[in-house]
Design a protein around this ligand. Structure first.
Ligand code: THU
Length: 157
């Protein structure tokens, strides 16, 4: 038996202003995307913004529905919109933020498993790392690739 270990490193920032300008812009877009959140059931708002290889930023926010499973997370809203509207572009970065009652949650928003899997697929399609930026009011985390938030990615391609 061999005991193996997995080591994941990521950057932590105290504020958006500490980040490089492109990442800071993406974070601001994710925060602006909160305006599009429709969350009458959970009252938990999530905003996301995806950066494409040509620099375009596509926003998304969670959309809930009376038939609960019909709703969708902010991250997938943003990624599916990006893929549908810009099929010739790849995604190189995604930023996510959660908020309640108009206030950004202090701890970074951590995406659900389904959203991580979708990120993984677009990263595979891109053939290059997609960075994942998780925004909180007290700290912001940046992971350089989806593998760092979803180790042992499932893939059939
Ligand atoms: N939500 C997201 O938008 N992203 C996630 O990664 C986790 C959860 C949404 C779904 C639902 O509208 C609300 O947050 C509460 O679960």
């Amino acid at each position: 038996m061999i005991e193996r270990q997995l080591n994941i490193s990521y950057a932590e920032y105290a504020t958006i202003d500490e980040m490089e300008p492109g990442d800071a812009e993406l974070c601001r877009a994710a925060i602006a995307a909160l305006d599009g959140s429709y969350a009458p059931y959970s009252h938990f708002n999530v905003g996301a913004a995806v950066r494409l290889t040509d620099g375009t930023v596509v926003k998304g926010a969670n959309q809930e529905n009376a038939a609960y499973p019909s709703g969708i997370c902010a991250e997938r809203t943003a990624m599916f919109a990006a893929s549908a509207q810009y099929p010739d572009q790849e995604m190189c970065s995604i930023a996510v933020v959660g908020a309640q009652e108009g206030t950004i949650c202090p701890e970074p928003a951590t995406p659900c498993g389904a959203c991580r899997q979708v990120m993984a697929q677009y990263q595979t399609r891109a053939g290059a790392p997609m960075s994942v930026i998780l925004i909180g009011g007290s700290r912001i985390w940046k992971f350089e690739k989806v593998d760092d938030v979803l180790p042992f990615i499932f893939d059939t391609i």
